[in-house]
Design a protein around this ligand. Sequence first.
Ligand SMILES: Nc1ncnc2c1ncn2[C@@H]1O[C@H](COP(=O)(O)OP(=O)(O)OP(=O)(O)O)[C@@H](O)[C@H]1O
Length: 610
Amino acid sequence: MSTVDKMLIKGIRSFDPENKNVITFFRPLTLIVGPNGAGKTTIIECLKLSCTGELPPNARSGHSFVHDPKVAGETETKGQIKLRFKTAAGKDVVCIRSFQLTQKASKMEYKAIESVLQTINPHTGEKVCLSYRCADMDREIPALMGVSKAILENVIFVHQDEANWPLQDPSTLKKKFDDIFSATRYTKALEVIKKLHKEQAQEIKTYKLKLENLQTLKDAAYKLREGISQDQEKTEVLQGQLQDLERNIQTMDAKIQHNEATLKDLRKLEKQKMSKTDVRSTLYKVKEEQHANLAEENEDTDEELKEWKTKFDERIAMLESKSSKLEREKDDLAARSSLLNIAIKESIKEISKLQTEAEAHVSLKNERDSLIQKLFARHNLGSLPSTPFSNEVAMNFSNRIKSRFMDLEKDLEEKKKSNELKLKVAWDRFMNANDRWKDTEAQKQAKVEIKKGILKRIEEKERERDSYELHVSNMNLAHIDERDKNMQNEIERKTNQLAGREFESNILQKQNELFTVEQKIKALSREKDIMDADSEDRVLLSFKKSEVETSKKKHKKMQVKSLSLSPPMALIFSLDIMDEIRDRVKGVLKGRLPPDKDLKNEIGQALRLC
Ligand SMILES: Nc1ncnc2c1ncn2[C@@H]1O[C@H](COP(=O)(O)OP(=O)(O)OP(=O)(O)O)[C@@H](O)[C@H]1O
């Protein structure tokens, strides 16, 4: 379990920015008691801010959270909260958050200036920084404490102004519970899934509509194709019929021509017959006349008459044979004429039949042309010449329509395939989403179960707490009363002590003390000046010493050279001189020989005294 050990508050709300206010928390319980405005709420606010980074609800974006610069009589106040806690793993962690409130010309400026999260190395005691970023800290501290941010905010360090959230409207309550039980992301996921589900259902709907549309198009295309093939069949049949009719017309024309020729012959023969009949009647008349004339006396001889009669009989016989021949011809012609009349009637019938068929053919052709026009217009196949179309042109257009329908059919097939694929993908996605949704639903159910368990446990714990509180209140009432009495006695004693104290004399005494301290400071600063001068002199002396040393060395060399003595002898000589000088110095300093570094000073002081 994570525990809060210590908290330092400086410059927050009524807490002074100059003093460090440290609160040590006790285990298992720390009670914070104080009069109104003492800062109890501020302590809870500081705990919450340290752990979650959340400002309290009435902080006006931090302006009223940091100690007011006007109250402090400054233009800028700095606030700091330092919290030391043990993580769930028992590790010591320190969280420091600093703020600044500056009074600008017309407004206040709030700034979170510094924040740091440190752990303490248990072996070396060194502080190790974990994070400097507020956002990371806000995330890391609840994790280190092993408690969610929502529980810290809404349950553990809940602000008194927000403590009534369990009584708020159901939606806020749900949101809070969702936050507390970390169900928000599941709710969000569920919302996203629902949205996705809706979108996919919409997509499927549109695809279905498209599919239906394509199906109707396909049906129309099939119908059109059937219509075209039927039309083509009809056209072919009609063309066959047309050819037959044309052939019939040709034969009929030939027959008519033949009949006309026969009719002409017949008329000719009729005319001939008429003229022959005329001839016959004139001959008959002549015969009659001649017969009548027979009454007249014929002066011809009997032989002549007989001859004439035989001639006449011969002629009559010839004419009769001619007449019978003509009669036969006439009968033949009448028979032929009746046959021809029948043939003409049949031909006329055939012609009228062919004419109706030709009319039907023309109307079919018109129908075909209008169908071609419609199809061209519907499928944008280009411009058309004016109707009626010739057979070749119609054939050409039919082929174009056919190829267009082939293309359409191909497109349809492709679209069908792609739609089937899309439908399959959409269906897969839908199934996946459905599976995911089911999983999430199962997870949600599990979470709900967990939540129920936790709520049950909270209720149990609350009941336990209530019973403990009752127990504690029963147990400690007498003890607390006694402590209360003692505290009151102590307060009285302290008040009496305060009343007994002489503040004026105390202030005077303190002023005197202050004066002496100032005097001491002055003396010390003088001493410091002297010491500074001394140190300068010491530096000079060391220079001089080194100079003396070099001069000594030079001197020794010169002495050695000038006296032409061996070097060991010259050294003995110079040591003797040094001893002599030392003796003289001892004499001047009354038998004392100070250390080398103070030598010059001492000599200078002695000379000044002399
Ligand atoms: N920005 C600020 N600067 C200086 N003092 C402030 C500021 N904001 C609030 N205060 C003072 O801090 C104190 C608020 O303390 P707090 O609300 O923590 O007290 P409390 O002990 O919880 O009181 P109560 O028992 O009434 O809830 C008040 O006296 C208020 O005047």
